[in-house]
Ligand binder design. Structure first.
Ligand SMILES: Nc1ncnc2c1ncn2[C@@H]1O[C@H](COP(=O)(O)OP(=O)(O)OP(=O)(O)O)[C@@H](O)[C@H]1O
Length: 417
């Protein structure tokens, strides 16, 4: 018997749930698409394009909307002989400088045999080459910079939108479309960059449960066989998605995880319990990844809070976490951080959803302070922190959670902290 056999009972086309799938229609984004479309209209009119800045949290359809409208724009522009439109799409994750982006753009406009090296030129010369290539092409060029907040210097964000106004381009028409999910990026732009880059700003709000439901229904129709999903599956994925962050990507991932669990179990339908278990599995993955990405001191702070939590000491103020954290740092042979930096680590843990924070008022004089507690299951945290536990030693409170054969490496007074 073959070791591998096709199992297509659940999915018709599982790839439709993957990140790279471009849906034919975008649902629940009429207003944003309308504004975006109007901002692109000058291209079809043969006019100078607008510079457009799209912003909103992750997974709210900024990239999908851009790809969708630009595909239509290219198709529709092809009917007009006097429009020569080209679109360059760059994701700036990994392209952190204006120099890198400018060289990429030059190369995207040049033939394979005429590419420039991505290092070694002065930035001004790369810009010269860019203007030359653009003017030689004499057409309309739209440059999309996705995740634009990764760019560390703002030279290109000023140069591209202002190329015509600054006399660098004579015939070519260039428009920049910047996309970001980092709200502080826009606020921190210098006024001159902001006024040119953000000529037209479009905000994409988070999706609500109803939006997510429509998005999931559209996707499920392509991805799953008819009648495979129990009626509660999509509403539940949408409800979780709306509660978390209104992120379509997360909801689609959850639907796929539920489908995968059902497929692994060889059942012929996806049920509510697959969604619930899928959510837990995804959550675990996300938290584990978050913990793995923390610094050593982040782990020490978390370990301190975890042991205090198991002893029933939480919610707890940062100054009361400190003695244990300091002790753990000493046991690990590390210099403890100052209280303020230790508190930053607690805030980071809160941002990751591992720790919960409650603001409290301090009596009538009105000061506020924060209390921290653990918001995640102990086993999961410990499984991602085994190195720290080994370095510091096994605290009494976690004894029940570690394997018996893991000999504690405690120092004598360790559990008195
Ligand atoms: N309105 C929608 N209709 C159908 N699918 C959508 C819609 N909005 C988002 N999606 C899907 O959700 C996923 C995430 O969307 P997208 O990549 O556009 O988000 P984003 O806002 O660009 O996020 P990020 O800032 O993380 O890049 C994609 O698979 C996309 O196809």
């Amino acid at each position: 018997m073959a070791l591998f056999e096709r199992d297509n009972d659940i999915y018709r086309d599982r790839d439709a749930l993957r990140e790279d799938y471009q849906p034919e229609q975008l649902v629940g984004r009429d207003e944003e698409l309308h504004t975006f479309q109007a901002a692109l209209q000058p291209v079809i009119n043969g006019e100078q394009p607008n510079n457009i800045f799209l912003y909103g949290k992750t997974g709210v359809g900024k990239t999908a909307a851009t790809k969708y409208l630009l595909a239509h724009l290219r198709e529709d522009a092809a009917q007009y002989d006097d429009i020569d439109l080209s679109v360059t799409f760059l994701n700036c994750d990994g392209l952190t400088s204006s120099y890198q982006i400018a060289t990429r753009l030059v190369n995207s406009l040049r033939s394979e045999s005429n590419q420039i090296s991505t290092t070694g030129y002065p930035l001004a010369s790369v810009y010269e080459m860019l203007w030359e290539e653009l003017d030689d092409g004499a057409g309309t060029v739209l440059v999309v910079l996705d995740e634009i907040d990764h760019v560390n210097d703002d030279s290109i964000l000023y140069q591209l939108p202002r190329a015509r106004a600054n006399g660098n381009l004579e015939v070519a028409k260039i428009g920049l479309i910047g996309i970001s999910n980092d709200f502080s990026f826009r606020d921190d732009l210098s006024p001159k960059v902001k006024s040119s880059l953000c000529e037209q700003e479009i905000h994409f709000p988070a999706y609500n449960a109803e939006n997510l439901r429509s998005i999931l229904e559209q996707r499920a129709e392509v991805a799953f066989h008819d009648d495979v999903l129990s009626p509660e599956v999509i509403p539940l994925c949408a409800a979780y998605g709306a509660k978390d962050a209104g992120d379509a990507r997360q909801s689609i991932d959850l639907l796929m995880k539920a489908g995968d669990l059902a497929r692994d179990e060889d059942t012929d339908s996806v049920a509510e319990n697959h969604v619930r278990r899928g959510r837990r599995a995804l959550e675990r993955g996300r938290i584990k990844e978050g913990i793995n990405g923390l610094t050593e001191h982040g782990h020490l702070v978390l370990y301190a809070l975890l042991t205090l939590d198991l002893e029933g000491e939480t919610p707890i103020r940062s100054r009361d976490v400190r003695p244990r954290y300091t002790r753990f740092a000493e046991l690990a042979n590390r210099d403890p951080l100052v209280p303020r930096r230790m508190r930053d680590h607690l805030s980071e843990l809160a941002m990751l959803g591992i720790v919960s924070v409650t603001e409290r008022n301090e009596g009538r004089r009105g000061g506020t302070y924060r209390e921290y507690a653990l918001d995640m299951d102990v086993e999961l945290i410990l499984s991602a922190m085994s190195d720290t536990v080994e370095l510091v030693g096994v605290h009494d409170s976690i004894d029940d959670y570690v394997d018996d054969d893991d000999e504690p490496t405690t120092l004598e007074d360790f559990n008195e902290v």
